[in-house]
Write a protein of this length. Structure first.
Length: 210
């Protein structure tokens, strides 16, 4: 099954993608992770993307679609995949269709902005291995220290309240219209965040008929 997860920054797309992939046996393709790897490696694409991300803006379509196309061509995507964070715009969605990228269903995870700000202000990432934590929902065993590698936990600039608000503005302008785009194609499934991540995942599986 080829899936897209839609939702505002902090809606829990990454967490749900991870759970779905384990249950369905398919990979999660996160543009955020791919871009951060490129930034960490200091590649030309990574450096270009970093200037946009630091300003809370979207990375240009040509950078995103190129990265995604290469990733989906790999053998582990043959039985399906979950796209997390792409497409972000109508233009990207149209480019994916032209590229022949087939999608079976699009799940829109709906959540209030107040909850998003609360969640993201507690987000921490290991600067060494990239592991993610939330000081409220998934705290590390030792404050400020990664459970996996002992690295230092930091708050990414794009998780600060000021940048989150800017990202939400961009989301509502650029990404929210995708719900109508996919609804017109009969692919959209809406899920409201209720309770913990397991309850949300159960709701997703239900709308997918799994």
């Amino acid at each position: 099954m080829n899936l897209i997860l839609l939702g505002a920054p902090g809606a829990g797309k990454g967490t749900q993608a991870e759970i779905l992939c384990k249950k369905l046996g398919i990979p999660s393709i996160s543009t955020g992770n791919i871009l951060r790897a490129a930034i960490k490696d200091g590649t030309p694409t990574g450096l270009k993307a970093k200037s946009y991300m630091d300003a809370g803006q979207l990375v240009p379509d040509e950078v995103i679609i190129g990265i995604i196309g290469e990733r989906l061509a790999q053998s582990d995507c043959a039985k399906g995949y979950v796209l997390d964070g792409v497409p972000r715009t109508i233009g990207q969605a149209e480019a994916m269709e032209k590229a022949g990228i087939k999608i079976d269903a699009v799940v829109a995870i709906e959540i209030s902005e107040e909850e998003i700000l609360r969640r993201m202000s507690g987000r921490r990432v290991c600067e060494a291995c990239g592991s993610s934590y939330n000081m409220e929902a998934i705290p590390p065993k030792v404050e400020g220290i990664c459970d996996n590698c002992g690295g230092k936990l930091i708050q990414r600039k794009d998780d600060t309240p000021e940048t989150v608000r800017e990202r939400l503005k961009v989301y509502h302008k650029e990404t929210a219209p995708l719900a109508d785009f996919y609804a017109e194609r009969g692919l959209l499934k809406r899920v409201s965040v209720a309770g913990d991540k397991e309850a949300t995942n159960a709701a997703i599986l239900q709308v997918l008929g799994l």
